[in-house]
Design a protein around this ligand. Structure first.
Ligand code: SAH
Length: 346
């Protein structure tokens, strides 16, 4: 039986250069192929038109280019586009393009399903099946950039890791993907326009600070009281708020970059005075801002968006303490593309 062909995008540039030398060609050929694979993001050796036919055939004998396929695309009446992305092994993840008059943002997935069990999130129902590879994360960005140019006449401007999965539970691959996205050999995007959103894995937040990453950090907080947070995000039992706080202090000391807290207010869960007070106190540890996110209902109504009165109480209390707060309206709700609604329904 023939050995299984390797995925060529698992190779580093040096490994590609070595491959050509070992096969009697120039190392430089490796650079050319690397450029086709990443910067030009082609999905077939035949498209590498600067290479000779013999070279393309040789590559084809040894390697495959595993790549994603946009399996289905839905467009919301607010311009949001949701993609069902088919991976090389047939599994599906979703990614979303969110246009505003001034920017287009790609919301990408980092895992197939998710191992966290957040009670309010549709992705949690899928369980985690596997991590995405760096190229699978990269390809989502390329696909959305193409859609942005096609439907909105400008290139992609921002990326948020707020699709399916917990990015810090697939840290190595997320970092490799971001390296490619930000490098001139890849898409050349600024890390300042990338936000990684996490439920908060303290050890990895510290590692990110040590690694001196240049992208932004958002933490899905939703409650600053352990008991409440654990009831809606069971993962908080393993990584309680004290550990999270300590990691965030470490992050700020090293990076000097503000943290964004994402926060949904639900009626009967975190809409009491003490919930607001706990958030205000938590916000004093590290320079931050708060994004109040609109809740996107996912099922039987166990969770309900809080009243406008409760939300206004949050806003006025935070502002009274000089904490920046933004209210984030949902986008793409009609096609289940909004935060927490990604569940491969179609
Ligand atoms: N695991 C990461 C990233 C994926 S979730 C994280 O926890 O941050 C992206 C954001 O959507 C998070 O802030 C999450 O709390 C929020 N979210 C999840 N379900 C939601 C829902 N039903 N409505 C609104 N936001 C939701």
């Amino acid at each position: 039986m023939k050995p299984k062909k390797k995925d060529i995008r698992a190779l580093t540039k040096d490994q590609l250069r070595d491959f050509f030398v070992e096969n009697g060609d120039k190392a430089f050929r490796g650079n050319q192929v690397y450029e086709w694979l990443w910067h030009k993001a082609v999905h077939s050796f035949d498209d590498m038109t600067s290479l000779s036919k013999a070279t393309r055939e040789m590559l084809d004998e040894h390697f495959v280019i595993n790549h994603i396929e946009v399996d289905a695309m839905q467009r919301s009446n607010d311009g949001t586009i949701k993609n069902a992305i088919k991976l090389h092994d047939g599994l599906i993840v979703e990614s979303v393009l969110i246009p505003t008059p001034t920017r287009t943002t790609a919301c990408v997935s980092s895992q197939v399903g998710c191992s966290l069990d957040c009670k309010f999130c549709a992705t949690a129902r899928l369980k985690r099946m596997r991590n995405l590879n760096p190229d699978e994360i990269y390809d989502q960005v390329v696909a959305i950039d193409q859609q942005s140019r096609l439907y909105h006449n400008h290139k992609l401007s921002n990326i948020v890791f707020m699709g399916m999965g917990e990015p810090l539970m697939n840290y190595n691959n997320v970092i490799k993907a971001i390296d490619k996205i930000t490098s001139e050999e890849g898409l050349g995007m600024s890390p300042k326009r990338i936000t990684v959103s996490t439920s908060g894995v303290p050890k990895i937040i510290k590692k990110m600070a040590d690694d001196e990453v240049k992208f932004n950090l958002a933490v899905s907080l939703h409650s600053a009281i352990d008991e409440v947070r654990t009831s809606i995000m069971p993962f908080n039992a393993t990584f309680p708020l004290d550990d999270l706080r300590e990691a965030l202090e470490y992050w700020y000391a090293k990076t000097k970059r503000k943290i964004t807290y994402e926060y949904i207010v639900w009626g009967g869960i975190n809409d009491r005075k003490e919930d607001i007070k706990a958030l205000v106190d938590f916000c004093k540890y590290v320079p931050c801002k708060v994004n109040l996110i609109e809740y996107n209902p996912i099922d039987d109504g166990e969770f309900q968006q809080a009243s406008s009165l409760a939300i206004n109480n949050y806003i006025s209390n935070l502002e009274m303490h000089d904490i920046t707060v933004n209210v984030r309206r949902s986008r793409g709700k009609d096609i289940d593309a909004a935060c927490g609604q990604l569940a491969n329904k179609s």
